[in-house]
Structures are given as C-alpha cells and as structure tokens.
Design a binder for this molecule. Structure first.
Ligand code: BEZ
Ligand code: MG
Length: 579
C-alpha cells in the first residue's frame, strides 16, 4: 500500500478512516490477559473489562438495556446499533464518546458503587437512574459471583464423590448465569437447538456473510463448507446450526413438546436470494451431543432438494440431480452433506501433522482431513439411519463444488490462534476444497458474540488476532507472568499461526517478521524466554525457521543466520541441562 500513489484528498481521508477503524477494532478487542488460575477470581482491569462486556449487551431476563445503548440515547446520538453498523467518521467518533462514558461509569461503579455510577451517568449522559440501576444491579451480582467462585471447593468435593450443584456452561459474557463457577456444568437439550434467538441472529450473520462474498466475488456462493462444533453450539444454543438452516433456506419447526424435529422451506421471496448448498463437517463432540440435530440437518438438505425451483435459485437440487446423472448414483448417495469422524473417533489430526512437521506437500493436510472426516450421517429414503458410513468419494464430491468455507466463533476467550483446533478444522477443510475444487475457497469467520454480527475474512482475523494477542505486550506480558506455561502459550500461538500458513496461506509475511523481532531478535526478551522455558523458546525459533524453509516467510539471509545461531545456542543450553 505504501508504494501506491494516493490520488486525491478524498482517497486519503477514506484510507485514514479505514486505518482508524482497524486501530479501534484492535483496541476494543477483548483479550484474556494471562491464564485462568484455578480458584482465583478476576480482579482490577480484567474485572472491569469483563463487566463492560457484560453491560454492552441487552439483558431482557434482567430487564436491563445495554449501557452503550442507554448512553448513546442519552447523549442524543444515533442508536448504538447504527453507530456500529455504519462506519463513517462521525459514527466512529460518536462511538468512542459512548465507549468512554461507559468505561468511566464502570470504573466509578467498581470504586464507589451503584449509586455513584448512576448519578455520574445521569449527569454526563442524561441516562435515567431507573434504567442504569437495573444494569448496575446485574453488574453487582456478576461481580459478587465472580468473587464467590467454588472451583477449589467443587474440585475437592468431586474428588470425594460428593454432590456438585449444576450450572449452565457458556461464555460468561453470553450468559452471566454461568457464575459462580465451580459447579457441575450442564449443556443443552439438543432438541431445543437452534433457539429462536440463535435463528434470528443467524439470519443477520448469514446476510452479512453473503453480502460480503457478493461484494468481493461478484455473486453469492452457490456452495459452502461449514464447520460445526459441539461446544460452540452449546454456548450459542445452536447458532452454527441455525446458520446452516438459513443458508439452505429452511425454518425449524417445534412439535407439541417444543422440540425441534422438523423443518419447512422458507420461500424464495422471503429469502430474497438463492439458496446455498452446504456441506457440513462436524466435530466428534457435535456428533456425540447432537445426534438429533445431525438428522435435522440431513432432513433440511432433503427438504430443499425436493423443491421444484429453478437451478440457479436452488443449487442444492441442481447439484444433486447433476451428480445422480454424472455418477449414476442414487438420490440418497448424492444428497449426503453431513460428515464427521468414524463413530468413536475425534479430530482431524491435521494439527498433529503440522505440529510435528510430518508433511511434505500441503495437499497431504487436506487429504488427511478427508480421511478422518468422510463418515456420512443422516437417514436414507427407506428411513434407515446411516451411523457414520465411510464415504470419501461423497465428501470429495461435495467439497469439489465449494466456493467458500466458514466457521462461527463462539467465544471472546478462545480465538483462531489460541488453540490448534481452528486451523485443523477450518484450515483442513479449506485445504481439501483447494484440491477437489481446484481453487482456494474464500474463508470466513464470524463473531457470534459481537453486537454487529461481524463477518471477517480469515486473513483479516489472523491480522487482528496477531495484533490483539501475539504481538500485544498486554497479552504476552500477562502470559509471561505465568513463567514456564506462559512461554509455552506464546510458542503455541506462533505454531497455530503457522498452522494457518500451512493450511490456507492466509498469514502475511510481516507477522513472522514481527514475531522474530519481538521474541527472538530482542536480546532481553530472548533471555527471559530462555530462562523461563528453553524448550518452548527452542520450538518457537525452530517454527520460524520452518516458516522460512517452507516459503511462508521471506526472512532475508541475515535474519535466518541469526535465528540459526540462536537455535544452536538454545540446543547447547538444553544439552548442558540434560548432561
Ligand atoms: C467441539 O466442541 O466440538 C470441539 C471442541 C474442541 C476441539 C474441536 C471440537
Ligand atoms: Mg485439545
């Protein structure tokens, strides 16, 4: 971008605004600062961040409105929803003003209590104390419950085989009722999935996803591959499932016991766009927890395939008919869309292959994904259930049509570089698509928890996570305060980032430049890492060398020479310890 000539003042202003929006986004991103210490409640800034996040969502169950909305209204600004949707300069400024007032009020609440915070909000932003009291009552409850966690006690009681009270499992921002922690987590009734709220949110997210794809690629995707996880769908009450249904253009129907057991088609008029064919690769955990939902998804595909609609508006039907014809196969065979592991097996192993550097050609990563995930689930026309029939050709066929891949993010706490599972699943399926469709798909993720149903490309999210976490001193110093384990966390972020290079090539070279500069080429930092955990320090340096070796990073000979020398010296250090 630096070398392009900026043609006009208007163009310059637009770019500055874009940059500002990105900076604000990194700044606002809620990140965990350090690991959770069992039994210890968050305090200080961490507690304030958490309460602010809780207060920025509407809580109908407490009859509390979002603090951000109340402040925007009180200040006479546009509705907060609109401020975040439309990113003009005025809106960005207005949003910063709102956020500043909210920040101040939460810190007054923490220092001086509810009354002081309510009075400040009334004076500063004309928020009625009747409204703000409801919000702070909730925050007071959250704060109290954070402090009274029963984690250690619960563990000790569990080890003695005693009764542990149950509590819901979710993200604390999404459902503050998970507090106090230390209870026996219960999940969800699969027949309640997707909830009505999840279905409503899915419409907005899918809308944003499809519009984004159309803006960039000139048309809606005809076929997408989705990754569905169990825990994600527990926490969001089936948002991922609802997204699949809405892409296909069906509505869940509840029976007299309020169980979701059927679907009905949404008309094309109501949909206002073509249906999207979806191939779903679901985790082993999802398969175990959501058996009924797997059948519902399969039913949704069949239901859409039966609709007599034009092929450009119903690619599901068109794809199935074409495949039946081309492969001379049955409807049952051509409509398989729900895939998982073999019964009793979990994961893709793509992460292990990457972490152990056990691959020559990246195609092997996609092949491994197909080998592990090619077990079909659903029900045949004769009504008999397929309990995971091995069907690699069917999965390869379905992937060959895919133009975009997608996964829903369910939590503020765990992002795409925090664990190896995102790249093993979304990266793995994208790599497999690249082979079978003979072109790399567009790759998207969305934040189920953000207010504005935000959809990002994988490339954007890697940049955001890198800036907000891996390279953010607030994040890595938080990790380093845990010593040995903290260094392992930093190394694992680098390896997970590398996993995205390996599976999707979505990582910019500067990411590796900056990782090297921050953690290895800075003598003081390197010394800290080596002191705290030389094993992870060595792995981190080795991973950077591997990134260069595999062509993900153009590092320059001098940098590589330094990295090699450092690697050797850590090896000597470790041998010294061992000897
Ligand atoms: C799941 O919830 O399905 C899941 C969790 C961790 C890794 C992979 C899948
Ligand atoms: Mg794991």
């Amino acid at each position: 971008m630096g070398e392009e000539i900026i043609k006009s003042n208007e163009e310059r202003d637009r770019r500055v605004l874009e940059l500002w929006e990105q900076v604000v986004e990194v700044e606002r991103r809620l990140i965990p600062t350090g690991l959770h210490v069992f039994g210890r409640a968050p305090a200080g800034e961490e507690c304030a961040d958490l309460l602010r996040a809780v207060a920025s969502f509407e809580r109908p169950e407490h009859r509390a409105r979002a603090l951000t909305d109340l402040v925007a209204e009180g200040l006479g600004l546009d509705a907060y929803e609109r401020l975040i949707a439309d990113k003009s300069e005025n809106n960005l400024r207005a949003r910063e003003r709102v956020d500043e007032v909210v920040r101040e009020s939460v810190s007054i609440f923490l220092r001086e209590g509810t009354e002081a915070a309510c009075l400040q909000l009334e004076a500063r932003a004309k928020v009625s104390t009747g409204e703000s009291r409801k919000v702070f009552a909730l925050l007071a409850q959250v704060r109290e419950r954070l402090k009274t966690n029963a984690e250690l006690d619960g563990l000790a009681r569990a080890l003695r085989g005693e009764y542990i009270e149950p509590g819901p499992g979710a993200d604390v921002v999404q459902n503050p009722e998970v507090l106090p922690t230390g209870r026996n987590t219960h999940a969800v009734n699969p027949y309640a999935v997707p909830s009505q709220a999840a279905y409503a949110r899915a419409k907005a997210t899918v809308g944003a996803l499809l519009e984004r794809h159309r803006a960039e690629q000139g048309r809606y995707p005809r076929t997408m591959a989705l990754v569905l996880w169990g825990l994600d769908n527990i926490k969001t009450q089936g948002e991922g499932v609802a997204q699949a249904l809405w892409l296909l253009g069906v509505r869940p129907v509840r029976d007299s016991l309020n169980r979701v057991t059927e679907v009905v088609p949404v008309s094309l008029e109501e949909l206002g766009r073509p249906r999207v064919d979806v191939v779903m690769t679901v985790s082993g955990i999802f398969r175990d927890l959501f058996g009924a939902t797997m059948l519902l998804l399969d039913k949704a595909v069949r239901c859409v395939a039966e609709l007599d609609e034009a092929s450009e508006l119903n690619p599901v039907r068109a794809n199935i008919l074409r495949q039946m014809d081309a492969d001379n196969c049955s409807f049952d065979e051509a409509q398989l869309r729900v895939f998982s592991n073999a019964p009793g097996s979990y994961g893709t192993n793509v992460n292990f292959m990457v972490m152990d550097s056990q691959w020559e050609d990246a195609e092997a990563l996609g092949d491994l994904f197909v080998t592990r995930k090619c077990f079909a689930y659903g029900r045949g026309r004769d009504g008999r259930a397929l309990e995971g029939r091995e069907a690699p050709a069917a999965l390869a066929r379905a992937l060959a049509r895919v133009e975009a891949t997608y996964q829903n993010l369910d939590s503020f706490e765990i992002g795409i570089t925090d664990v190896d599972h995102y790249f093993e699943y979304l990266g793995g399926v994208s790599k497999a698509v690249e082979k079978h469709a003979q072109s790399r798909p567009a790759i998207y993720l969305s934040d189920a928890l953000s207010r504005d149903a935000r959809v990002r490309s994988l490339e954007e999210l890697v940049r955001l996570e890198t800036r907000a976490k891996t390279l953010n001193p607030k994040w890595y110093e938080g990790m380093l305060s845990h010593g040995f384990r903290g260094v392992a966390e930093i190394e694992s972020h680098v390896t997970n980032t590398f996993g995205w290079s390996a599976t999707t090539d979505a990582v910019d070279g500067w990411v590796y430049d900056e990782v090297a500069r921050t953690f290895v080429l800075d003598a003081e930092m390197l010394e800290r890492l080596r002191q705290l955990n030389p094993h992870s320090a060595r792995s981190l340096v080795a991973r950077l060398l591997e990134a260069e070796g595999r062509g993900f990073w153009d590092a320059g000979a001098e940098t590589i020479a330094s990295l090699r020398e450092i690697f050797e010296s850590i090896e000597d250090q470790l041998e010294g310890v061992a000897g």
